[in-house]
Design a binder for this molecule. Structure first.
Ligand code: CA
Length: 333
């Protein structure tokens, strides 16, 4: 067994102290303009007594905003008297990416959600992942990692969990998804599960849920309201906050196979034929990609490989070969 060196991250908060603390995860970052400089990742810890711990994270990808908006808001407003246990809030986990407004870190181009479990002696992004893996996840009973589509994707607003080998754990994860009460709830399949916070948390036996709430590199009043309500609901579900869960109608969706994903075989101009939430039948055209070098060329047709609804779409007006054009999810019950 390899013995890993200690994490270079120094928290300025005491995870075992009662009350409300606003501080930082200070990660040394020696560089040209600051020899002994640091990346200062904001963190809040709200604790009262010995109840369960929720770890709430946003900004894992730096251009996704519902999580950061809901979590900065929660950190400012959640009082210790409301808490039985502990709430650890990191609204902008990949802080360098978040302040740059980019998916990946401008320091090392690290995609945090492909860097887990991380390395204490790796890149800045890998060091953040390693701290989460070895120091934050072990404290948590329940983990909510907020995502949205970022600048290049847009999703139906959904909370999600994954199929797991441990059916008891899977059931706990989907119960958290149901409590979040987003307009859509997803049994989610990953294109690329290696290196994700999700996979790491799940492998540690945690109750883990995530979201995809709209996207396009912004947030809306509606998507932010879903996030704020959802996170409060999850804290009530976990027994950390008192009060009734604010339920609303949710449509369960499933991603049963890799046929859900449609990738572009062409560079070109996107014509959406179906919008998010539209029902589609197998074989129907979801989007067209028009070649733009010359008039008179036939567009590339993206056809649904199964019956369902459009759950995600490429957001910008232009697309490149290999980009994900659409995700079709099947309608559950
Ligand atoms: Ca994301």
């Amino acid at each position: 067994m390899t013995i890993l060196p200690p994490s270079p991250v120094a928290p300025t908060v005491d995870f075992d102290a009662d009350g409300v603390q606003h501080g930082f995860l200070r990660l040394p970052h020696s560089r040209d303009d600051s020899a002994w400089g640091s990346v200062m990742i904001p963190i809040a810890v709200i604790r009262r007594g010995r109840g369960p711990t929720a770890l709430l994270t946003g900004g894992n990808h730096g251009d996704e905003y519902e999580g950061p908006v809901a979590l900065f808001d929660l950190a400012r407003n959640l009082r210790a008297e409301e808490v039985n246990g502990r709430v650890i809030i990191v609204p902008a986990l990949n802080y360098p990416a978040f302040v740059a407004g980019t998916r990946t870190s401008p320091i090392d181009r690290g995609n945090l959600n492909r860097s887990f479990p991380g390395r204490p002696n790796g890149s800045i992004t890998e060091k953040i992942a390693d701290y989460v893996t070895r120091h934050l996840l072990p404290l948590a009973d329940i983990v909510l990692d907020f995502h949205s589509g970022g600048r290049t994707l847009e999703f139906l607003p959904y909370a999600a969990a994954h199929d797991l080998d441990d059916k008891k754990q899977e059931e706990a994860c989907f119960a958290a998804v149901a409590a979040f009460a987003a307009p859509y709830s997803m049994r989610m399949r990953e294109i690329d599960a290696v290196g994700m916070l999700d996979t790491t948390a799940e492998s540690m036996g945690k109750t883990f849920m995530t979201t995809e709430l709209a996207g396009g590199g912004t947030a809306t009043a509606r998507s932010v309201a879903i996030a704020k309500r959802g996170v409060r609901n999850v804290l009530k579900h976990a027994g950390i906050c008192a009060g009734d869960i604010e339920r609303g109608p949710t449509q369960w969706l499933d991603m049963p196979s890799d046929d859900c994903f449609s990738f572009s075989f062409e560079d070109g101009l996107v014509e959406q034929v179906k919008d998010l939430g539209d029902p589609v039948r197998k074989g129907e055209i979801v989007a067209l990609v028009h070649p733009v070098r010359q008039t008179g060329r036939a567009p590339f047709e993206h056809r649904a490989a199964l019956d369902g609804v459009v759950a995600a779409r490429h957001f910008p007006g232009l697309i490149k070969t290999g980009d994900c054009m659409a995700v079709i999810a099947t309608v559950g019950n």
